[in-house]
Design a protein around this ligand. Structure first.
Ligand SMILES: [Zn+2]
Length: 413
């Protein structure tokens, strides 16, 4: 007996014609909603002849009746693949637990999730085969899964005979579901997606959603809300910018100043992020983002989340962004996060990027540096500027020096 006495479930790959059809449909799905591409390509296909539809489990394994898929055709199959990807991206399984959906109500939660997903897919013009929609449940469009579920509970007499979408939808598990957590070290390749990896994919999708919206692509509002919620920024920008601007703003008396005592009324929906009142100050802010080799995708995502927060929530109409590893790229003027182009991957010397940012005209009042902290720092902030160093993760020390404010934020899971 060896130590590895685990009867790992090997998922046999799809056979020739099925694999070809599925690949074509998956590619179509990724083109239809490009911001979901990383999720769509993470799904692990499992053949399920005779099932009658597609389903997904909580480990991102999609169960496929490929005969049914051929009846649907490529376009509709692509839409169904997107539907299943939405279940796991929106974390319907865990959300069901969070609101304590009981087993005998799992089918209602499944319906609520389907209605919310299909509503969004239809708005995108995707042709699903016989989709459950909010109107079929007697409900209005554009609401959250949890709201649909509460309504359905009230309408308890619902007896829609629906096939379950599997445990990944938070519904009843399929009878034939693989009852085993995936082993990410399996040499045979991915047999499913574990929770840590799933969260990383969700964050990547959320960034792609925000970026797609930023470039003017049509993204359903529900998905944008979901993404912004997931990417909740950590930096208390309001107090940081205010204290950094405080003295320099007073020094430039001719310039209009923010009236933080009279927050914008729009901030009611997000009381934790007040906007300045009507006397808008447009602070000149430059950002230096570390794109050296040590900045992993999660760290970069955290950095981009903070840049997005600066752009969206603080009336900073345009940011100067300097992308920097050991060398600085020419400053980019960014109005929407989707415009930001990242490159890098080399060693690190952010002093170069900070100097490049300081030379921009008009001169920045504040230079924000987003980094894992593994870089040499200047002794002091450049003349007439404040330097705000945001260190992501707790591996490197916080920099100190004249005019430098440092802050540590958590490395995302
Ligand atoms: Zn479903």
């Amino acid at each position: 007996m060896t130590a590895t006495n685990i009867s790992a479930t090997r998922i046999p790959p799809l056979s020739g014609a099925d694999a070809e059809f599925f690949s074509a449909a998956r590619l179509r799905a990724a083109r239809l909603q490009p911001y979901l591409a990383s999720a769509v390509f993470s799904l692990v296909p499992v053949a399920q002849p005779g099932y009658g539809t597609f389903g997904v489990d909580r480990w991102w394994r999609v169960y496929l009746d490929m005969d049914r898929a051929r009846e649907w055709g490529i376009a509709a199959t692509a839409a169904v693949i997107l539907h299943e990807a939405h279940h796991v991206v929106r974390d319907h399984h865990a959300r069901a637990d969070r609101i304590s959906v009981e087993a005998h109500h799992a089918h209602l939660w499944n319906l609520a999730g389907d209605a919310a997903i299909n509503d969004d897919l239809l708005e995108d013009g995707l042709a699903l085969p016989s989709p459950v929609l909010p109107k079929h449940l007697g409900l209005q469009t554009g609401l959250l899964e949890e709201t649909y579920f509460r309504h359905l509970l009230e309408q308890e007499e619902q007896d829609q005979a629906q096939k379950s979408c599997g445990s990944g939808s938070g519904g009843t598990p399929l009878e034939s579901e693989i009852d085993q957590e995936p082993d990410s070290t399996d040499p045979a390749g991915p047999q499913g997606i574990d929770q840590v990896e799933a969260q990383a994919i969700r964050r990547a999708v959320a960034h792609d959603v925000v970026a797609a919206q930023g470039t003017g692509q049509n993204v359903s509002p529900g998905l944008v809300l979901w993404a912004q919620d997931l990417l909740n920024p950590q930096v208390p920008w309001q107090s940081l910018l205010r204290s950094a601007l405080g003295s320099s703003a007073r020094a430039i008396t001719s310039k209009p100043q923010p009236d933080w005592a009279r927050p914008d009324r729009r901030s009611d929906s997000r009381p934790e992020f007040p906007r300045p009142g009507s006397r808008h100050l447009r602070p000149q802010v430059a950002v230096v983002i570390d794109t050296s080799y040590s900045m992993s995708r999660p760290l970069l995502n955290a950095a981009v989340t903070e840049i997005n927060a600066l752009l969206q929530r603080f009336g900073v109409s345009e940011l100067i962004v300097v992308v920097c590893d050991a060398a600085a790229t020419p400053p980019q003027r960014v109005r929407r996060i989707g415009e930001l182009a990242l490159s890098g991957g080399g060693g690190t010397d952010l002093r170069v990027g900070i100097a490049a940012a300081a030379e921009c005209r008009p001169s920045p009042q504040i230079i924000v540096v987003l980094t894992d902290g593994f870089t040499p720092w200047p002794q002091e902030a450049p003349a007439r500027t404040k330097l705000i160093a945001i260190i992501i993760g707790d591996h490197a020390p916080l920099p100190e020096g004249t005019g430098i404010t440092s802050l540590r934020i958590k490395e995302p899971r």
